[in-house]
Design a binder for this molecule. Sequence first.
Ligand code: GDP
Ligand code: IMO
Ligand code: MG
Length: 421
Amino acid sequence: MNIDILLGLQWGDEGKGKIVDALSPVYDIIARFQGGPNAGHSLEFNNVKHVLHLIPSGIFHPDKLNIIGNGVVIDPAVFKKEIEELGPPVSELTKRLIISTRANLILPTHRILDTAYELHKGNTKIGSTLKGIGPAYTDKAGRNGLRVGDILRKDFRELYNDHVKSHLTILKNYDFKFDLKEYEKGWFEGIEMLKKFRMVNTEYLVNELAGKGKRVLAEGAQGTMLDVDFGSYPFVTSSNTISAGACTGLGISPKLIGEIFGIFKAYCTRVGSGPFPTELYDETGTTLRNIGREFGSTTGRPRRCGWLDLPALKYSIMINGITRLFMTKADVMSGFRTVKICTSYKVDGKECLEIPFSNDSVIEPVYTEMTGWEEDISGIREFNKLPEALKIYTEFIEKQTGVPITLVSVGPDREETIFRN
Ligand code: GDP
Ligand code: IMO
Ligand code: MG
């Protein structure tokens, strides 16, 4: 069982990029399995911060193979920009990165449709990143998509034109102005960039390498509470962000999965619309946002902040089969005299441990208050040296969830990580 999965347990931005980068030395292959340029995965080393959208977070390790799997949706224009801004030359990156022929393409008109749909949603706006994710996955499921392997076809331009034509027909129903030409130029330049990379049926490659004993880390995007089936629908993304998504998004059997790492922030954030039971509208929320620099890595939008939500965390652990928990950003809470954890909900007045089906349910969080920790913990590298109050906080979470916390992140840099067996 050589394939481990790392994924977000909350509403995204849990720190996946940082941790995947920090864990990369013990893996041979790092593979993205879903999502697309809606993701923003940050990692830091040597005092430089990098934000990745489509490229797996193992890319800065020269001896690792990175794979963009079939479950990902790729915008070639975003891909080109990301490759060019990464640092290493393209000739070097083509050795480190392989792309699935089966990954679907985000067309310029998918992005335009995303904006048109969102503008016309009124009260039910999702708060999408507007990267074309929903329309691209819609075409994939509707069997209308264009895939990476298609770009080598002689009639690719005609195929593209046919797709654009049908999208423009839909767009006629929307009172919305756009400049397709502006998007198209960068998009076709991106297609040329994609052609420089190896495009293969990565499901064979991953299975072959895992079979030979190579270790694979599957990197999730978004978070479980944004999953298209299990999140607060319709305020979700359009892919399966959960562990099962790694199987469909890479072409691997559940039999090959070893560890399933679930990453969560010591508090909660959400960007975009939708229910967020523990959201703080007061000064504490603002403090978390400012100290935690909680602004979207992809859109720059302020993230909504709130206390840790255990019913949601337990739900995510159940859906994913989490074997180990990784906790990030406890350093942000240093200096709080007391901290709170939501242990159950009162739904429509009644105590409840389940996530309600309806977004209209009135959820009142039931909190346990605990002593906070004063110290700056960013320099600590051993779990036992963490402040007592933080140890009690982690033990409480472990007891409530039944899953051990084996990694604590105490800052954005790859070095600011505490590993615990
Ligand atoms: P991802 O989408 O899950 O990869 O997370 P993002 O990169 O969107 O957001 C996480 C943010 O928190 C980034 O700015 C990271 O640099 C930062 N970060 C990650 N782990 C820690 C941590 O333990 N402490 C602090 N203070 N920042 C962290
Ligand atoms: P990472 O991988 C946080 C949110 C959007 C919106 C909803 C749908 O960095 O954790 P979409 O663009 O998919 O149509 O948006 O999902 N969202 C994210 N929130 N982190 C992400 O990715 C997200 N990707 C999408 O804000 O509410
Ligand atoms: Mg992010």
